[in-house]
Design a protein around this ligand. Sequence first.
Ligand SMILES: [Zn+2]
Length: 185
Amino acid sequence: MKSSPVSTGDKLATIEEFIAGPGTYQWIDGYIRASILGVLQIDLAQRVISVRNFRSKPAYPKPGDNVLGVVDSLSDDVAFIDIFLVENRDVKSAKFTGVLHVSQVSDKYVKSLYEALGLGDIVRARVLSSRSPFQLTTKTNQYGVVMAFCNKCGSIMKRRDSETLLCTSCGSIEARKISLKYVVK
Ligand SMILES: [Zn+2]
């Protein structure tokens, strides 16, 4: 397999040499041409020529996607999350802004987001909307904080039970909405 970039209409090969695969078409002049902008792929064994889409767009979050982000700002009602990763995408994620409302944090009643999150915490969340800022939810035990830092000393905290974390450096105990995927058990 060889690959190189091509643009729409480019002559790729003759119809005597190759079979027109995905992303190509045969034209009346006897040439196979690119029907899309992308990367040329030549399969010499099968004698198939094709063009694969460029994956130049960042992984734009969609409803239902799972994302990881950092808690960037926090109030009683709303947290802003800097999304840095969209799970299960084979392209590099760009930065997006997510919004988590207090009513979407947990299946249980949460009065204030300060009971569930800390600034700088990393959260795993599910995307609810298709436009930025992306509405997020951390309901169900798969979602919530996956890594948290002690409010007193800044150390990474250890999971203590399903609702609290322990700082092994200073002994502080803090409440969070903790994901089952919390990294330090
Ligand atoms: Zn501490």
